[in-house]
Design a protein around this ligand. Structure first.
Ligand code: ADP
Ligand code: MG
Length: 285
């Protein structure tokens, strides 16, 4: 079956052209080119320190890179802070906030770019709706600073969703969550992206979650895009070796690649010994 009309004609939401960034003299990102369309989740994957967080911060204009970033065809340098705040929702890798605010008020902060004089009933309803969607309603009056890492992560995602942005930037949104919450959060993000035709750029370490929930991948190595495009081509044993330095098997689960890591190339020859018997396990091949 061919692609639907919407799928074929999705518009470019974010276009990154020739982006480079350095911390003082230390080059972190080099000549990054990437396009993200409407209704698309693009996952940034790559080893620790490859520049995923830096790239996300450049898109949110927390950092000021060289090169261009266009949002709906407009150079983000020409947008006001308020326009950026309305258009882009950012979920940081972690929050060490010790501010004493309730979960409800933290999520309500997501509405701030839309509030002109005072909070409306519609804003309060939106926040209540998002808390319900993420099953956070029982935590609504709890202090954000007293939550567990996973609960905080869900609240920060709720705050970004309450913002109703055109672009969601998610920096390792599932790193503190147990499996059920990982799936729950990813299902909600995927449904929002597709229903509201927004775009998401997500840094993520879990390649199998990335495979299951992304439309495309960009692989970063030492600040450069090593490969980008569709999952089936990128999640190969060759790329696992070249990008992550691991031997891996790639299986097919429900039509998507599923990575089974076997051993690291740096590491223990003992591990190789221990796993050689598993490699002969017929269940794995
Ligand atoms: N504030 C900073 N000052 C200097 N170097 C930094 C800073 N933040 C990150 N870096 C460096 O930039 C590189 C990329 O980091 P980062 O974007 O956080 O990678 P990732 O998110 O892929 O793990 C790393 O080498 C890191 O040490
Ligand atoms: Mg990071």
């Amino acid at each position: 079956m061919g692609l639907s009309w919407e799928k074929r004609y999705n518009l470019v939401k974010i276009e990154i052209k020739g982006l480079s960034f350095s911390y003082s003299s230390h080059k972190i990102l080099e000549d990054v080119n990437l396009a993200v369309h409407d209704s698309e989740i693009v996952s940034l994957v790559g080893p620790n320190g490859s520049g995923k967080t830096t790239l996300i911060k450049c898109i949110d204009r927390i950092l000021r890179p060289k090169g261009c970033i266009f949002l709906d065809g407009r150079d983000i340098e020409s947008l006001s802070r308020q326009e950026i705040a309305r258009a882009i929702g950012y979920v940081p890798q972690s929050s060490t906030s010790s501010l004493s605010t309730t979960v409800f008020d933290t999520v309500l902060m997501g509405r701030k770019p839309h509030i002109s004089w005072q909070v409306s009933d519609a804003d309060l309803d939106k926040v209540a709706g998002i808390l319900e969607l993420l099953h956070l309603e029982d935590l609504a009056m709890r202090d954000f600073s007293q939550l567990s890492g996973g609960q905080r992560q869900k609240v920060l995602i709720a705050r970004a969703l309450a913002q109703e942005p055109a672009v969601l930037l998610l920096d390792e949104p599932t790193s503190n969550l147990d499996m059920r919450h990982q799936l729950e959060v990813m299902e909600i993000v995927r449904d929002m992206v597709h229903e509201k035709k927004i775009s998401a750029v997500m840094a993520i370490h879990d390649l199998n979650l990335a495979s299951r929930f992304s439309d495309k991948l960009a692989m970063l190595v030492k600040g450069k895009i090593y490969a980008k495009g569709h999952l089936g081509l990128l999640l190969s044993a060759e790329n696992m070796a070249a990008v992550f330095g691991i031997e891996a098997m790639v299986m097919n689960v429900s039509g998507r690649p599923y990575i089974v890591p076997i051993r690291s190339f740096n590491g223990a020859s003992n591990a190789k010994m221990a796993l050689s018997s598993e490699l002969n396990n017929p269940l794995l091949v």
